[in-house]
Design a protein around this ligand. Structure first.
Ligand code: HEC
Length: 112
């Protein structure tokens, strides 16, 4: 019995090693710009709510929308596409997108 036990133990160790190696092979990094949203106040909320169904590219490749359009986008994601976004979080999400991927309309007094 003992040799068989040792053999299966070896097999398990080998299998784990093989799994580790294949996991390491898959561990490549995407270019930062496309993999995630800009880090800023609200970005954690956005990463938690807005990259479940599509990549961050859907957001980062948009033109710089005014606030009204970002507001409509977030509401559309929630209502039309059934994104599980808490209604209370919508203002903070919209602020984040306007500040990082949009433009204020009218432009903020401090903007150049
Ligand atoms: C429940 C899934 C889901 C979640 C969560 C989600 N979206 Fe979407 N989103 C979609 C679908 C579906 C489309 C349309 C895809 C297509 O047309 O190819 C889309 C498209 C978009 C587009 C492209 C423009 C458009 O209207 O088609 C933007 C911008 C966008 N989403 C932003 C967001 C933002 C911001 C959030 C977070 C507040 C979010 N999405 C969360 C499903 C989702």
């Amino acid at each position: 019995m003992k040799p068989i036990f040792q053999f299966s133990l070896m097999g398990t160790a080998f299998l784990s090693l093989a799994l580790l190696v294949s996991a390491a092979d898959l561990n490549f990094t995407l270019p930062v710009e496309t993999a995630q949203l800009k880090t800023a106040p609200g970005s954690e909320l956005a990463m938690g709510n807005c990259v479940l169904c599509h990549s961050a590219d859907y957001i980062s490749t948009q033109p710089r929308f005014p606030r009204s359009v970002w507001q409509a986008e977030v509401v559309k994601m929630q209502q039309k596409y059934r994104a599980p976004i808490a209604t209370n979080d919508i203002p903070a999400l919209v602020d984040y997108f306007v500040q990082n991927y949009g433009r204020e309309n009218p432009p903020a007094a401090t903007a150049k």
